[in-house]
Design a protein around this ligand. Sequence first.
Ligand code: NAG
Ligand code: NAG
Ligand code: NAG
Ligand code: NAG
Ligand code: NAG
Ligand code: NAG
Ligand code: NAG
Length: 923
Amino acid sequence: MGFSPPCLSQSLSFILFLFHFHSTISSPLSSNYQSLSLLQFKQSFAINSSASLEYYCQYPFPKTESWKEGTDCCLWDGVTCDLKTGHVTGLDLSCSMLYGTLHPNNSLFSLHHLQLLDLSFNYFNFSHISSRFGQFSSLTHLNLSGSHLAGQVPLEVSHLSKLVSLDLSSNYGLSLEPICFDKLVRNLTKLRELYLSSVNMSLVVPDSLMNLSSSLSSLKLKYCRLQGKFPSSMGRFKQLRYLDLGWNGLAGTIPYDFDQLTELVSLDLSRNYDASLQPFFFDKLLQNLTKLRDLALDFVDMSLVAPNSLTNLSSSLSSLSLANCGLQGKFPGKIFLLPNLKSLYLSSNKDLAGSFPSSNLSNVLSLLSLSDTKILVYLENNFINNLKSLKYISLRNCNIRISDLALLGNLTQLIYLDLSNNNFTGEIPSSIGNKTLSNLQYLYLFDNLFNGTIPSFLFALPSLQYLDLHNNNLIGNISEFQQDSLVYIDLSNNDLHGTIPSSIFKQENLEALILVSNSKLTGEISSSICKLRFLEVLDLSDNSLNGSVPLCLGNFSSKLSVLHLGMNNLQGTIPSTFSKGNSLEYLDLNGNELEGEISPSIINCTMLKVLDLGNNKIEDTFPYFLETLPELQILILKSNKLQGFVKGPTAYNSFFKLWIFDISDNNFSGPLPTGYFNTLEAMMTSDQSMIYLNTTNHIVCVHSIEMTWKGVEIEFQKIQSTIRVLDWSNNSFTGRIPKVIGKLKALQQLNLSHNFLTGHIQSSLGNLTNLESLDLSSNLLTGRIPMQMAHLTFLAILNLSHNQLEGPIPSGEQFNTFNASSFEGNLGLCGFQVLKECYGDEAPSLPPSSFDEGDDSTLFGDGFGWKAVTMGYGCGFVFGVATGYIVFRTKKPSWFFRMVEDIWNLKSKKTKKHVGRCGAGRN
Ligand SMILES: *[C@@H]1O[C@H](CO)[C@@H](O)[C@H](O)[C@H]1NC(C)=O
Ligand SMILES: *[C@@H]1O[C@H](CO)[C@@H](O)[C@H](O)[C@H]1NC(C)=O
Ligand SMILES: *[C@@H]1O[C@H](CO)[C@@H](O)[C@H](O)[C@H]1NC(C)=O
Ligand SMILES: *[C@@H]1O[C@H](CO)[C@@H](O)[C@H](O)[C@H]1NC(C)=O
Ligand SMILES: *[C@@H]1O[C@H](CO)[C@@H](O)[C@H](O)[C@H]1NC(C)=O
Ligand SMILES: *[C@@H]1O[C@H](CO)[C@@H](O)[C@H](O)[C@H]1NC(C)=O
Ligand SMILES: *[C@@H]1O[C@H](CO)[C@@H](O)[C@H](O)[C@H]1NC(C)=O
């Protein structure tokens, strides 16, 4: 400008003057028009603080609130203008709490001169990205990340050929077609930063990344669902500093030209589960990548790499994450001495041994996870004393000695402490309650053998949010909580007794309360529970609670997704208060003394996947209204007093997602409701994709089920894709089993026993090739056993006893394994199984030489079949989706997921009792 201002404020006013001069003289109309557009933009959104979450937004602030008509828009918050032309060239409304749909006719699109547009971390309600973004031809920076956009990225984005930085990441639900991506990479030649994490790019060929501008400095494609080989010739991106291809399906060895990326500061290839790293190449890589600060290779196969190679890591390293890499051998303790190391994550390298240096540990180390390794086996005494700057420590299943815990009280900065699964015995050490642990928010002591009472100091830790003591031998009452910061409480599977302390109802942020299988917990469930607005999981199952189910549970919190009060002594009726818009996915009241009807208000639970009302005293007719619940997968009404005809489907898609249908042990009568055989689609196909988990809540519950085979309890953790059951036994159904039953091809268990069924056994039963158990016993079935049933190769259990069947018992591999008890009480049957020779046209079927006499006869007999004792769920945090997304949804920082994932990764191995344990999130 050719003048030097005497001081800053004068120069500023000069600039303002200059600007006013321009905006009033040269383009008054344009300026006016711009103000109007911006004001219209402002009006098209509401301000809602939940639109900009604190985790991403350090200072969420509604910038548009300062925008006032009649003032100069170039002075508004977030707006930048070109001083010469007066055009609005920059709009930075990141974290501005904007809430609403971003329509294609939004006045935003008339601001043609924008060079920078940042709308990140607002809530656009899953709007599509308008093709009109392509009109911002001057745009150099576009950031729409974390703003709840969905749909396809429009082709027109590739018109923005001046773009230097493009960020569309963390919009879960956005996808990018190969055509669009190809155009984008070819036309955006100036691109230096490309962030598309969590955008679905599953159809994009990884090699097409090669067409990106070679001046690229940042490329982040985490959880883009890329499939196939790693892109070749990544080496051409010589200026690349940040590369994140984690959480994809990239497979094979990591290409050797990665060692050309000498400028790399951060490299994340973690969780490409089929990727591997060659030993010689790893050495070279580390020699070349001298600037590396963050390295994450979790789940990449490094089993051939000698841990000693890690000593080549650059001294600038600040974060190293090698969980589950299959590392074996002695871990070089030297790593702990790296001066800048802040975070070290080595969990689940089961054969990684070694020891901890006793002194000179990096004193900036704040996160350490050694879970499921043997690094601490040869522990130096007092090692904990060396970790004073630690904030997060995970030592699950780590062979740590309880005597070392005495030193925990010295870790004054500790926020997160996981000591689960270590076989600790005795009382919970008082060092954990040390007053100096005033920052402790997460305390995981589950899966140990701690005994005695829960020490009172735990109830006084001032910052505690997550308390998980499940699977110990703790006794006594649950004391009153002194703190009111709790978010998650799990005290399941101990021997606690007494009542639920009232202070629980003061935990305003409580999301999960799990007190399963403390068989002595008594008392009523106070309706104060409904004060907990954020509750997502309430599991008080398998106790001795009495009283009624609080009515308010039906409509108190739109977040409640798991309500499990099964196996108590609850009386009264099922709440009739389920209201619209609730989030209930899992409702289990099995094993109580509930009476009355099946509440019609359950129809309002449109997200319901599991409904288990079995083993109560419910008196009602068949609840047809459940047929249209769109997500219902499991329906258990067994052992009640239900009666009347079941006339069959009332809608064309009745129960189409149902894969467990148990109405056994009731008083239903009339013809078998065979119409359902035409609508039970989930039982017709073994396509596992039909059953998927809801990932919109951060606590995802994987349903598991407990069954008894003559007293033997089996837990099916991964039930979501493994078992399809139809059990209509022990009713008074009449009529025939129609041919159409052959449609239910995916069925694994079929039980129609103890009814009054007549007619023949249909040969179409031979189509149910997935059948593992079949019980048609105690009916009035006549005729022969169809030979086609010999094709049921998975059939392990068969009971056709007590019918009026006749003729030869089919022979064949599977049938030869069944003995007399499968067929007894059918006087007309013959064959070696019943020790009765067949005559005449009944071809004799001789015992084959392979027949094993002692075979599982004990598995069946009276009351054969599966009986769901109770349904459980394993709930954990979703790790199937991008960390970024989870973090975004749940306000939890990413370290949290890394650490907590440790916990959910391994299933709890020592579950004393069965029921719904939280602990099997990932399958
Ligand atoms: C590339 O950008 C120019 C203008 O910036 C546009 O005219 C052209 O259509 C774009 N090409 C593609 C393939 O999108
Ligand atoms: C990196 O490795 C490559 C290939 O091994 C080698 O050609 C190159 O000289 C190395 N670069 C540096 C800076 O060490
Ligand atoms: C609590 O921490 C302080 C400070 O580090 C220490 O002096 C004290 O011995 C600790 N007490 C227990 C019971 O661990
Ligand atoms: C740590 O704890 C031990 C045992 O409680 C104590 O003797 C020591 O003074 C504490 N402080 C430090 C700095 O080691
Ligand atoms: C705990 O005890 C079991 C059974 O004795 C053993 O298999 C396991 O290795 C022990 N775990 C630890 C961490 O010591
Ligand atoms: C707790 O366990 C320890 C070690 O096994 C034992 O010595 C102690 O008696 C137990 N205490 C109680 C209250 O059961
Ligand atoms: C469903 O909920 C609404 C309130 O949200 C209620 O008025 C209605 O009665 C409920 N439906 C049934 C069948 O109870």
